[in-house]
Write a protein that binds this ligand. Structure first.
Ligand code: ASP
Ligand code: MG
Length: 431
């Protein structure tokens, strides 16, 4: 079995959906389970819908959108695509998608009864439900037999809404139950399986989500539990590049990459693969291919057991960083006890530390600039410490660095912090 994952960009309009069918036509006899995200930027729109719904019941602020307007916009986007894919207005897909949206109509009519995160997951997950229904129906139209599976029937999670943890044992049992009867299914004239990324189900039958951009992780969960031979993530880039073309004019495609390097790059913020994706695949030595859905004949990148280091330095760039330096009010040393209370604060406030450094009298951390969280954090820290901070910084991470590359990327920039390990350097700079 192979697992394919198609993200939002690969199903963002009718043409893109047709392209998915073209790619799948190249694999007529393979057992393939296809994991699909919400179309285009629909998840962002559904987030706006959730905000409009949830906060309108509290106090309505001036620029608060109206939930019904946002929902209408989402419906229109999908029906525009459906009309192009299914010229026959009597096709059952029209009804099916209408029914999915009716659930949202109902949901936003009543006042929220659960927490924000809980309501969020019930609403936002509809993006994946409708995208997979549309793609599955379209494949059947074009002669690729497909079967729609509800991923919530087999990916089971706890109820940490918006960041759900997978219950691996239960998921394994359910995958065995659902997929084993299907082994060698296409050889026997069976269908391509189509299912949703990003979402899961709880024992109480609520929907959860695995964190933004979580569809890659879904593909890995299915591959791991289903013992897939490989996973392919189809993207709008040629593969894994050594830098984000958004920031660098010249990028190089990497042909092969170790699991370890992929984990490191994702951890430091390379957006090409969701950070949780690699570990399950590494544990079962399942190769992960990253390929272009625009040029499907090209090989892309493979992430596998190779031990070789990358031939080029890799860059990860984060903007809008804040460097906070924390010292004792009486200038005494920062010792273990202080560190422990400082870390506890970061964890309570769910603030991710991008890099850090400790010296005798001060402890420095670099974090994303999230104004709401930061004011709160600084207020809390100031109760016990002297706190200085510096905004509008950049964090540059280079894996497989050397001095000339450091010099090149920091040219005309002031280095405020430098953290080096054997293969990786992190630089906090002021542009
Ligand atoms: N649709 C979800 C998101 O945009 C999941 C994904 O695309 O991986 O975050
Ligand atoms: Mg996406």
């Amino acid at each position: 079995m192979k697992v394919f994952k198609f993200g939002g960009a690969s199903v963002k309009d009718a043409k893109a959906v047709k392209n998915v069918a073209t790619i799948l036509k190249q694999y007529p006899n393979e057992n393939i389970i296809v994991v699909i995200s919400a179309m285009g930027k629909v998840t962002n729109a559904l987030e706006r819908l959730t905000d409009a719904y949830f906060y309108s019941s509290e106090s309505k602020t001036e620029n608060q959108e109206d939930a019904v307007d946002v929902l209408n916009e989402i419906k229109k986007y999908h029906f525009d695509i459906i009309e192009q894919l299914f010229p026959d207005k009597n096709h059952p897909i029209y009804n099916e998608i209408n029914n999915s949206f009716v659930e949202l109509d109902w949901a936003i009519e009543d006042k929220p009864t659960h927490s924000y995160d809980h309501e969020y997951d019930q609403i936002v997950s509809i993006g994946e439900i409708v995208s997979t229904k549309i793609v599955s129906a379209y494949l059947n139209e074009t002669g690729i037999k497909s079967k729609w599976l509800d991923v919530r029937d087999f990916i089971q999670t706890d109820n940490t809404f918006r960041e759900a943890e997978v219950d691996w044992d239960l998921t394994q049992k359910l995958v065995d139950k659902h997929l084993s009867s299907l082994s060698n299914w296409r050889g026997a004239g069976g269908e391509v399986l189509i299912t949703q990324g990003f979402i899961g189900g709880t024992s109480e039958n609520f929907t959860t989500t695995l964190g933004r951009e979580g569809s890659d992780y879904t593909a890995a969960i299915i591959a791991y539990t289903g013992n897939a031979e490989s996973v392919t993530i189809w993207k709008d880039v040629a593969g894994v590049l050594n830098a984000d073309p958004k920031w660098f004019d010249e990028t190089i495609k990497i042909d092969q990459l170790s699991y370890q390097d992929a984990i490191e790059l994702a951890y430091y913020g390379a957006t090409v693969i969701h950070p949780k994706t690699i570990k399950p695949l590494q544990n079962k030595k399942i190769p992960l291919h990253v390929r272009s859905f625009l040029n499907p004949e090209e090989k892309g990148t493979v992430i596998n057991e190779t031990q070789s280091a990358l031939p080029v330095p890799c860059f990860i760039f984060k903007i809008d960083q804040v460097l906070i330096s924390i010292s004792a009010k009486d200038f005494s040393f920062i010792v273990e006890e202080n560190l422990s209370s400082i870390f506890k604060l970061f964890s309570e406030k769910q603030i991710k530390i991008n890099t850090m450094q400790n010296s005798a009298i001060s402890f420095s951390v670099c974090i994303d600039n999230d104004p709401r969280k930061i004011t709160d954090l600084i207020n809390a820290l100031q109760k016990e410490y002297r706190v200085l901070y510096n905004e509008h910084l950049e964090l540059i991470t280079i894996r497989y660095y050397n001095q000339p590359t450091i010099d090149r990327v920091t040219l005309k920039k002031k280095i405020l912090l430098e953290v080096k390990s054997r293969y990786t350097v992190q630089l906090v700079v002021k542009p």
